[in-house]
Design a protein around this ligand. Structure first.
Ligand SMILES: [Cu+2]
Length: 333
């Protein structure tokens, strides 16, 4: 005895009239109707006006274009996502990081690039999997059985979670720890250029110890915002040759830089994007940053902590110049 599906198929072969083949118990016409409604609704839900109009056009395509509906729908959505990804990647690659000017910064860049590639790859893989399951699920008319057993689902969840953690965090630790120790645990070289930077709303006070290499005494009681913003004690012999400036830091090329940070009021953040240096300046503390410039030039100094209404004004210049030029500059101060 022939099955009903076989009978239906045989009669379809004989018939010169429009073919009605049952797939999974649903006729071709039902598929078409459902797809047209789905396609139109989809664009109406997610779409802008343009996509909405497109959805209506797609939904109204003549009967007999079920495959076309599906292909068009898939292509348009894929195009939208792929276009966004490509434009984003192109734009990101061109504006990703400011040009590098410090030794330890190369390690930080490697870590960021590693994270971008691996986590970006995982992100794309996750969305490809999601798209596949949406595509597969959207072709069904009823909720089917599980794709995998509960045990497999649990195992997969744990394995994928652990895998992602190891790839992302493990890589960061492997690449980042040596950079961390180079940046934070570095023993300052004896010939490092020592500078004291005192942040305040809304400027950077810069002080050099002068030829004697010793910073003079300061006293909060002597602070006067106009005449003595750092509270320098003029009676201290060590302070007589101290050089003070504002928003402009100059250092000689070929030597490490050692910046001692202070803040007079709120938390500021000493930020040299080209040097991959960022350190909070906290009232009552004296954090230090040590780094080694790898090229000469004039670079941006910014405050990376929203410290008040005129926060944007805390923009300075960090100049790396040849030793000879630096000596001359210091003599003129
Ligand atoms: Cu600030």
């Amino acid at each position: 005895m022939k099955s009903s599906a076989a009978v239906s198929e045989n009669s379809a072969r004989r018939s010169p009239l429009p073919v009605r083949i049952a797939v999974n118990g649903i006729s071709n016409t039902t598929h078409r109707k459902r797809d047209a409604v789905f396609c139109g609704e989809y664009f109406r839900i997610v779409g802008t006006r343009g996509l909405n109009a497109l959805g209506i056009v797609v939904a109204k395509l003549p009967v007999g274009t079920v495959t076309m509906h599906r292909k068009l729908e898939g292509s348009l959505v894929s195009l939208l996502f792929a276009g966004t990804a490509f434009v984003g990647a192109w734009w990101g690659a061109h504006t990703w990081l400011p040009s590098l000017a410090s030794r330890h910064g190369a390690g930080i860049d490697s870590m960021l690039n590693y994270l971008l590639v691996t986590v970006g790859g995982l992100f794309v893989a996750g969305y490809v999997a999601l798209a596949y399951f949406i595509w597969r699920g959207s072709r069904r008319d009823a909720i089917g059985p599980r794709f995998a057993s509960l045990r497999t689902e649990r195992l997969l969840s744990v394995a994928l979670g652990l895998g992602m953690a190891v790839i992302a965090e493990g890589g960061v630790l492997a690449i980042g720890m040596p950079v961390w120790s180079e940046y934070f645990d570095a023993v300052p070289p004896a010939d490092a250029t020592v500078i004291e930077v005192t942040a305040q709303q809304f400027m950077w006070n810069v002080r050099y110890p002068g030829p004697d290499g010793v910073f003079g005494r300061t006293d909060p009681k002597l602070v006067d915002d106009n005449s003595n913003p750092l509270g320098l004690d003029r009676t201290d012999p060590a302070g007589k040759d101290d050089v003070v400036g504002l928003n402009d830091i100059t250092v000689p090329f070929g030597r490490a830089v050692r910046v001692r940070l202070h803040s007079k009021d709120v938390i500021h953040s000493f930020f040299l994007p080209n040097f991959r240096v960022k350190q909070d300046a906290v009232p009552g503390m004296t954090p230090e940053v040590i780094f080694f410039p790898t090229r000469t030039g004039h670079f941006e100094l910014a405050c990376a902590e929203l410290c008040g209404l005129a926060h944007y004004r805390m923009r300075g210049t960090f100049n790396v110049v040849p030793q000879k030029e630096f000596d001359e500059w210091l003599r003129k101060q």
